[in-house]
Write a protein that binds this ligand. Sequence first.
Ligand SMILES: CC(C)(COP(=O)(O)OP(=O)(O)OC[C@H]1O[C@@H](n2cnc3c(N)ncnc32)[C@H](O)[C@@H]1OP(=O)(O)O)[C@@H](O)C(=O)NCCC(=O)NCCS
Length: 188
Amino acid sequence: MKTATLETDRLILRPVSLDDAPAIQKHFNNWNVIKTLSTAVPWPYPDDGAFCFLNDILLPSIARNEAHSWAIVIKSNGDELTGLMTLRLVPDADGTHRGFWLAEPFWGQGYMTEAVCAVHDFAFNIVGMDKIVVANAVKNIGSRRVKEKTGAKYLGRCEIEHHEGGSKAELWEVTKASWSEAKKKLTY
Ligand SMILES: CC(C)(COP(=O)(O)OP(=O)(O)OC[C@H]1O[C@@H](n2cnc3c(N)ncnc32)[C@H](O)[C@@H]1OP(=O)(O)O)[C@@H](O)C(=O)NCCC(=O)NCCS
């Protein structure tokens, strides 16, 4: 299935492309963005990190129908990618279906919660997924909070090595029912 462009009040989520490599390189190459991410992400971030990730890993997995991935565009900020959202139909090595990050200047304004809402509607209503398994480093309070606001139910601790040190992580599951319930009370 083709990745649809999704629109919310403040965001456009459009299918990511190789043209987004420079914006990913600019915003993702930031210790504050990467420090709580899995050590599968290279650090120091190579000069061609974004291009290689798109060209060798993400775009091929989309072509194999194993994932959908969107450039997160903030309408008031022009057309530039300011974050990335990936929904994996085939879970990664940690058993999870979703990954996201946002450029640091835009944190704390509800943007990722808003993006997740659009992706949950797409996942459950269009793709027909029955659950989305997600995880975050224990220290990643912002990511945990996005999950709590968008219907994720805590399953327990898991181990994912991340850059800041340690491997303590939290595992969650979102179902169509838990998302419907959360959506009723959601303000970004
Ligand atoms: C995690 C991340 C995506 C959140 O994006 P965001 O747009 O800032 O998220 P939102 O604004 O929608 O929600 C963040 C919530 O966490 C809260 N939060 C963030 N940091 C916090 C902290 N240190 N202590 C307490 N609450 C915190 C915010 O207050 C907000 O909750 P609220 O709406 O109840 O006030 C962003 O910080 C990021 O890209 N981080 C680096 C990459 C990353 O961690 N990706 C996820 C890997 S699992």
